[in-house]
Design a protein around this ligand. Structure first.
Ligand code: DX5
Ligand code: ZN
Length: 221
């Protein structure tokens, strides 16, 4: 299971140090939650933060994965790629022409993911599944870090894994996102997730990122 820390709950007065501590603990995947205040009831940050973290990520050969919780993401995909994103995930619910947006991300040389919110059926992914590098199953309602994982979304993850296998896409990476911590990360893996976003479980005032990453890896072993 790849751990992908989300910086939403990091201490933004020392963002670089927080992220470097996660890289020093072996993290090689950074998950950046981009929010527009329209698709989700919160505003986070844009390409500026990607650009600022790109050199640090490159020093550790880490990837930057942007989770665009924004309406009409096609307007900003070129900027996020130019800012240094390796992967871009858009929401099926936010795209009028999802197949076209998937092609747009691919055409710009980034790997492409599509995310579905808890109430969105897996059928929203079906037609584009063969074109994806990753599928993202939201395990909370998007907008904020530090929420509680919705167990029904792990069942949904298992159904998506079965759907992928039925379609001959058994190797498709599945990312879970929201409320993952030491108490449920093994269940997320057993449900078929291969990448786990971890926000508050890594960036929180009670433990260092290194201690948090170690606790998550212990929960998986
Ligand atoms: C919520 C974001 C999640 C969240 C994960 O909308 O997509 O990535 O920040 O953070 P935790 O792990 O704290 O729920
Ligand atoms: Zn996210």
């Amino acid at each position: 299971m790849e751990l992908a820390p989300s910086i939403l709950t990091a201490d933004f007065t020392r963002l670089g140090a927080e992220v470097e501590a996660a890289f020093a603990a072996g993290i090689r995947w950074l998950h950046l939650d981009v929010m527009d205040g329209r698709f989700v009831p919160n505003i986070s940050f844009g390409p500026l933060v990607v650009r600022s973290l790109r050199p640090l990520a490159s020093r550790y050969d880490a990837i930057i994965d942007a989770h665009l919780m924004i309406l009409e993401p096609e307007r900003y995909i070129p900027e996020f790629v130019a800012a240094g994103c390796d992967r871009i995930t858009v929401h099926a619910e936010a795209c009028q022409h999802l197949h076209q947006t998937v092609q747009q991300i691919r055409g710009l040389g980034a790997k492409v993911g599509v995310a579905v919110n808890p109430a969105t059926p897996l059928s929203a992914l079906e037609e584009v599944l063969p074109d994806l590098d990753m599928a993202l199953v939201m395990t909370v309602n998007p907008g904020f870090g530090g929420q509680k994982l919705l167990p029904s979304c792990l069942d949904k993850t298992a159904r998506l894994r079965r759907l992928c296998e039925e379609r001959g896409l058994g190797g498709l990476p599945i990312q879970v996102d929201g409320g993952v911590n030491t108490t449920n990360i093994a269940a997320a893996r057993d449900a078929g997730a291969t990448v786990s976003v971890v926000g508050a479980a890594v960036f929180n005032p009670n433990r260092t990122p290194a201690e948090s990453v170690e606790a998550l890896r212990a929960a998986l072993s």
